[in-house]
Design a protein around this ligand. Structure first.
Ligand SMILES: C=CC1=C(C)c2cc3[nH]c(cc4nc(cc5[nH]c(cc1n2)c(C)c5CCC(=O)O)C(CCC(=O)O)=C4C)c(C)c3C=C
Ligand SMILES: [Fe+2]
Ligand SMILES: [Fe+2]
Length: 334
């Protein structure tokens, strides 16, 4: 792979962006993180004044301590898994791009909520003389609740900048062969070690059904991902399922729900399941705790025997290859 750039490499930057995570597994830190995250109107579309009363009066006081406990159970010595893995991805991508292209391109990461903020990383790049920035949100499937939230944060910052950099923004990559390949390879490798299961569940982070009804293409992107990956693995229709996890609030979200499906499968006599979560580029609370612990317990209580969680692509070699391809796709001939 060769990279054709129109200007010196020192003027280009690549910014990986993921969701964000608390600074510490404490109620106070989780509260601050959830407050910023759940105040974004891309994430929660309830009228702001009404939502601010519900958020500050009910959600934050009741949820922060409970969620902090869940974070504490997965916290690593270096910090939150999402941050630790995103840092590793950033370093690995930097090394791969620069050794491959022989050019020194600046690579960094930001979080939509919390630190390091998109604003601080764009400012840092501009201070380094970088004026062409490729922004790569680490969401394979586009949703207004995630990808567009990155776009908003970026633009809200640039609205205050006099001399703006040029930006290229990756909207999604669910359709790329290299993504489907990396996902299928990770499942095949897991199965080489742990054996097959009766069924493979593709569990995506959910969003409210209303969002899809109003035009969010997320469901279609998830469906394409699961179908292509199952096809690549040679699975028959009976061997896999697509579900949606992490429901929040009372309204209907995309279905079938992961937890309810696990209960039904356990009750129907299924003993061995494997779950992969393709919407997460890095392992985090929603995979390491919700799927691997909470949902595994739900399945076993319903009669199942084993739920094997297949890790996210994280800093796997195939994933870093994919990130190089995504970065090149934005930087090429620029
Ligand atoms: C309130 C609505 C939410 C929407 C819509 C939503 C969409 C969405 N989220 C991710 C990725 C992640 N979400 C994570 C945690 C998380 N998500 C929500 C709520 C919504 N997400 C909450 C409240 C939380 C925090 C935990 C909790 O209180 O239950 C994470 C993990 C972060 C970590 O620190 O580990 C990720 C990643 C996607 C991909 C998505 C829509 C496509
Ligand atoms: Fe989420
Ligand atoms: Fe969750």
């Amino acid at each position: 792979m060769s990279l054709a750039l129109m200007q010196p490499a020192s003027r280009y930057g690549v910014l990986l962006v993921n969701l964000g995570t608390p600074e510490a597994p404490t109620a106070a830190a989780v509260r601050a993180y959830l407050k910023e995250f759940l105040s974004d109107t891309r994430v929660v579309e309830i009228p702001p004044l009404l939502w601010s009363i519900i958020l500050n009066g009910i959600i934050l006081p009741t949820r922060s301590a409970k969620v902090a406990k869940a974070y504490a159970s997965i916290w690593q010595s270096e910090g939150s898994p999402l941050r630790v893995i995103t840092e590793r991805q950033t370093q690995a991508l930097k090394q791969a791009i620069n050794s491959r292209s022989g050019q020194s391109i600046h690579v960094d990461y930001a979080m939509t909520y919390g630190q390091p903020s998109i604003q601080s990383r764009i400012d840092d790049m501009q201070a380094r003389g970088i004026d062409k920035i490729a922004v790569l949100p680490l969401y394979p499937q586009y949703s207004a609740t995630t990808t567009a939230a990155v776009f908003d944060k970026l633009n809200r910052h640039l609205a205050k900048v006099r001399n703006i950099p040029e930006i290229r923004f990756l909207k999604h990559y669910y359709e790329r062969d290299s993504y489907i390949h990396a996902l299928a390879e990770s499942i095949a490798k897991y199965r080489q070690v742990h054996g097959d299961a009766e069924k493979l569940i593709f569990s995506f982070h959910g969003i409210p059904k209303r969002c899809v009804n109003k035009g969010d293409p997320y469901y279609e992107h998830c469906k394409f991902t699961a179908e292509r990956c199952a096809q690549k693995l040679g699975l028959s229709d009976e061997q896999w399922l697509m579900t949606f996890q992490s429901r929040f609030g009372k309204e209907e979200w995309l279905q079938p729900y992961t937890d309810k499906t696990l209960t039904e499968l356990g009750q129907a006599g299924v003993k061995k399941l494997q779950v992969v979560c393709p919407a997460f580029a890095a392992d985090c609370l929603e995979t390491l705790e919700e799927i691997s612990v909470e949902n595994a317990e739900i399945f076993i209580e319903a009669g199942g025997e084993h739920l094997g969680y297949i890790p996210a692509l994280n800093d796997d070699a195939e994933h870093i290859e994919l990130l190089v391809e995504l970065a090149y796709s934005q930087l090429q001939n620029w």
